[in-house]
Structure formats: structure tokens, C-alpha cells
Write a protein that binds this ligand. Structure first.
Ligand code: HEM
Length: 491
């Protein structure tokens, strides 16, 4: 186990308050505590998984599904099934749920778990969606290609960093101009996020303007959304009248050929506009052109476009919250004090001084982790500790964590259900970064080839901080209702 991991997990023995990093790592079982049988059951074959699937998607919904089972089993660690399952999936729905900070953290220890093909559970979308290749997010750290591709991903960010802020600012200019335009004609305007994100990320990762291809410029964001959505459909809860989703959407995987045309156009775009990138992938990272193209599309489309498409709306909605009165004024004051009013002068250094804005961003990630489900498979038999309990995990068992509940663990977070914008401010606040897990690892940890933490662990919160800084440089306040912009007061 790495030092960062030990520092992260050091406080967990049985206390409610974070303790110092010098204590024993989380995976050390408490000797005085007897090993307990994992509660819960998988039920009868076919019927158990089907009934759990209906609860998960229909009768209870994700959050209530896990909450009721915690209550029933009187434990945050238990056996259950998670979809997809019956009738047309070969995936094994049996998992061990880990729903508190301490038990969840075992999923970051690459000595005891592996992450091969478990990005969205035992089910894996067809590799046709990724050019017949298993891309970075599906590779375990023991696979040599993981090292190559993760280094490539981190290099993409490093190289893109000089373009990151100017491109972000220019795309935000376009986005907010268009929102103001809409507001001059209507009482509310939605955020045109897909276009903004697609254009921003394409420029930073591929080094190309979408305008170099009229078709990609006009439809690239939609193409990417369709590709992303179709491969994930079996795992996504949908707000559509039941039982339609259970019959038509969650019962089988949709074939790639439905989006093949879209994907091929995106591939062609990378092939023609990303020549330099492909060459660098070959010479510096020993990747084939195909590996480079499909990995960069996955990073751009799945990791970045997909992640920000969920994260930014929750960030904007958090500004609307009724319980955080006066929040916009405080954020604006801090932004103006450290970054002034000129977005062209924003830098990574200047936004790092925005303690409250950063804390607000972290709190949004805590309350609404954009990737709610995480999985990891036991690499070997080991003992998994929860607070007062220890369980035996057998090699091959799949652990499953539902982060929205884990991030409300009352042993770590005071008033866990409350959105507290300043929660991560100050020394005590910084300590809590050890337990903020949106990136599949602690926010205080380091993403590297030896772990499976998001390559953009620092870029994501910094980009969100820039997004908020820009907003309060441009506006004194913004009115938001149900995620749409209903008014702006210009600075
Ligand atoms: C809001 C945006 C994002 C969110 C919420 C997010 C979240 C995550 C999560 C949860 C994982 C781990 C998945 C798992 O194995 O369980 C992950 C992995 C990854 N992310 Fe992100 N991510 C975001 C943006 C980005 C961006 C901008 C990049 C660009 C480089 C990126 C690159 C990656 C890569 C390469 C991995 C795989 C890491 C590995 O295999 O070791 N992500 N991300």
C-alpha cells in the first residue's frame, strides 16, 4: 500500500473524527473484532437478481435501494445484486456493497483489488464501441498497456494545459453570450453545455478547432452523446414511465452499429486533425495509431465530456440552493479580490487562492459525485474492515460502492446531508480532502500509473473553479431555476 494511501486511510479505526496519518492503514483488521459473515443474500437464481433489478430501477431507485438494504442488514457492507442482469446479460449481478468511507476505501488499494473490465460493473459494453480495443479505464494496473495509456492520458493534460484556460475562457464567452441572447427573447435559458464542452475539449486534447470540419462542428457533440449514452444504457437509471425502460432499455445491450456512423466520423476527425498527437503517442508512449485514436476519443468523450456533462449542471444548481443564502455574494467577493474582473487574466495560480470557491466545488463533488458507482474485484482473499466489523472477502468477489451514500458517512462528515459551501476551508477542511472520493481515490492522493485514480483528479476541480471564477467576474449574480438560467446581473 502506498504512503498516500496510508495517509488517507490512517484515521480509520473506530473514531468518528479524522485522526492523524500515522495510524495503521485501513486494511489492517481490528484484532479484537471477530470476523463476521457478510449479511444479505443474492436470493434464488434468476428471481433474486430480477427482483433486485426492479427495486433498483423501478420500485425504489438507486439511493433507496442501498439505504433500505443498509437498514435491513444493519450493516453498510452486505451482499446484493446490481443490474444489469436477467434476461439477456451474461454479467454476474452478485456484488458486495461497501457503503461507508472505511469499507469503500479498500477499492483504492491495488494490492488487494484489481480493476480489469469493471468500470461499470461485471457488465462491460462491447469493445466495438472503442475500435475493438480495451481502453485505459478498463485496464488493470497489472497490465503493461495501462502504464503506457495512463502516461499518455496524463501527458494529454500536461500538453493541453497551456491551451486550457484561454480555450475555456473563449468557449465560456461564446456560451454566456448565447445565454444572454436567449434571455433577451425568453424568461429562461438552458446551458448549451454539450457544444461548449465538445469544442473546449477537442481543442485542448486534439489540438484542433471543430470548425475545421463543418459536420463535426455542427453535430460532433450530438454524435458523442449518442455514442456515450448507447453503450451505458443498461446501467443508467432513466426517468421514463415504467415498465418501458425495464422492457426496452435495461433488458439487453444496444448494438454498436446504431452509432457506428457517428463514431467513424469522430475517428476520421482525430485521424486527420490529430496527426501530431498520434505521432507523439507512437514515439513517446509506444502506442499504435489505433490505440492512440480510440483512447483519446474515450478520454475526450467518455471521461471528460461525460464527466463534465454531469458535473457542471450540479455545480450550477448548487448556486441556486435555498439553504446557502448569500453564497453568490461571498463567492463573487473572493473571486474579485484574487482574480479581478478580467477573465483573460485568469491563471491556475490565481484560482488556487480561491479557498471558498474551491471548497464549494469540493462540496458539490461530495454531494453529487458525477460517477456514482464504483467497482473493484478482489485480487486475493482479504479481510475488509468497516468501523466495528471485519468481513472476509474471497478472491474474485466484486465490490460495489455507491458514492452518494459513502460521501454522507456521518463518521467523517458533520451534518452530512447538508450542503456546506465552506466545509473544505481551513486546516480541518483540508483534512477532509483525504475522504473526498469522486475521482476513485482521495482528493489528497496522487493519480499515477500504479493506481486507478482519475488522471484529471486536479484538473477537474480546477476547471470547475475557473468556471465559477469566470461567472463572478462577468456577473454580479445569476438567477437559476431548476438548472436553467432565468436572469443575470452584469458586473
Ligand atoms: C468531471 C469530470 C470527470 C469525472 C467525474 C471523472 C471521474 C473519473 C473516475 C470516477 C474514474 C475512475 C473510474 C473507475 O475506475 O472506477 C476516472 C478515471 C479516469 N479518468 Fe476521469 N473524470 C473526469 C474527467 C476526466 C478528464 C478531463 C480526463 C482527461 C484526461 C480523465 C481521465 C481519466 C482516465 C484516463 C481515467 C482512467 C484512470 C486509470 O485507468 O488509471 N477524466 N475518472
Amino acid at each position: 500500500m502506498s504512503c498516500a494511501m496510508m495517509a488517507t486511510t490512517g484515521f480509520f479505526m473506530s473514531s468518528a473524527t479524522p485522526r492523524s496519518s500515522s495510524q495503521a492503514p485501513i486494511t489492517t483488521p481490528q484484532t479484537s473484532v471477530p470476523v463476521r459473515t457478510i449479511p444479505g443474500s443474492y436470493g434464488f437464481p434468476v428471481l433474486g437478481p430480477l427482483s433486485d433489478r426492479l427495486d433498483y430501477y423501478w420500485f425504489q431507485g438507486q439511493e433507496a435501494f442501498f439505504k433500505t438494504r443498509i437498514e435491513k442488514n444493519k450493516s453498510t457492507v452486505f451482499r446484493t445484486n446490481v443490474p444489469p442482469s436477467f434476461p439477456f446479460f451474461l454479467a454476474n449481478p452478485n456484488v458486495v456493497a461497501v457503503l461507508d468511507v472505511k469499507s469503500f476505501s479498500h477499492m483504492f488499494d491495488m494490492e488487494i483489488v484489481e480493476k480489469q473490465d469493471v468500470l461499470v460493473g461485471d457488465f462491460m459494453p462491447s469493445v466495438s464501441y472503442t475500435g475493438g480495443l480495451r481502453v485505459c479505464a478498463y485496464l488493470d494496473t497489472s497490465e503493461p498497456s495501462h502504464t503506457k495509456v495512463k502516461n499518455f492520458a496524463m501527458d494529454l493534460l500536461k500538453r493541453g494545459s497551456s491551451l486550457w484556460i484561454p480555450t475555456l475562457v473563449s468557449r465560456l464567452n461564446t456560451m454566456w453570450d448565447s445565454i444572454e441572447d436567449d434571455l433577451s427573447k425568453s424568461t429562461s435559458a438552458s446551458l448549451p453545455l454539450p457544444q461548449f464542452l465538445f469544442s473546449f475539449l477537442t481543442r485542448c486534447f486534439i489540438g484542433a478547432e471543430t470548425s475545421t470540419s463543418p459536420e463535426i462542428d455542427a453535430n460532433g457533440a450530438d454524435m458523442m452523446q449518442r455514442w456515450l449514452f448507447l453503450q451505458l444504457l443498461p446501467t443508467v437509471p432513466l426517468n421514463i414511465l415504467q415498465p418501458l425502460p425495464e422492457i426496452f432499455i435495461h433488458s439487453f445491450a444496444y448494438p454498436f452499429f446504431l452509432v457506428q456512423g457517428d463514431y467513424n466520423k469522430l475517428v476520421q476527425f482525430v485521424e486527420t486533425q490529430g496527426q501530431e498527437l498520434i505521432q507523439r503517442a507512437e514515439t513517446e508512449f509506444n502506442l499504435t495509431p489505433q490505440e492512440a485514436i480510440h483512447n483519446v476519443l474515450f478520454i475526450l468523450g467518455f471521461n471528460a465530456f461525460g464527466g463534465f456533462s454531469i458535473f457542471f449542471p450540479s455545480l450550477v444548481s448548487a448556486l441556486e440552493s435555498q439553504t446557502t443564502k448569500g453564497l453568490q455574494e461571498k463567492l463573487r467577493e473572493e473571486v474579485r479580490q484574487h482574480c479581478g474582473t478580467d477573465p483573460s487574466k485568469l491563471t491556475f495560480e490565481s484560482v488556487k487562492k480561491l479557498e471558498l470557491v474551491q471548497s464549494f466545488v469540493y462540496e458539490t463533488l461530495r454531494m453529487n459525485p458525477p460517477v456514482p458507482m464504483q467497482y473493484a474485484r478482489a485480487r486475493k482473499d482479504f479481510e475488509l474492515s468497516s468501523y466495528e466489523q471485519v468481513f472476509e472477502i474471497k478472491k474474485g468477489e466484486l465490490l460495489c460502492g455507491y458514492q452518494p451514500l459513502v460521501m454522507k458517512d456521518a463518521r467523517v462528515y458533520e451534518n452530512p446531508e447538508e450542503f456546506v459551501p465552506e466545509r473544505f476551508v481551513g486546516e480541518k477542511g483540508k483534512e477532509l480532502l483525504n475522504y473526498l472520493f469522486w475521482s476513485n481515490g482521495p482528493q489528497s492522493g496522487t493519480s499515477k500509473v500504479g493506481n486507478k485514480q482519475c488522471a484529471a483528479k486536479d484538473f477537474v476541480p480546477l476547471t470547475a473553479t475557473l468556471f465559477i471564477a469566470y461567472l463572478f467576474q462577468r456577473y454580479d449574480s445569476v438567477s437559476i431555476s431548476s438548472g436553467s438560467i432565468t436572469g443575470v446581473v452584469k458586473a
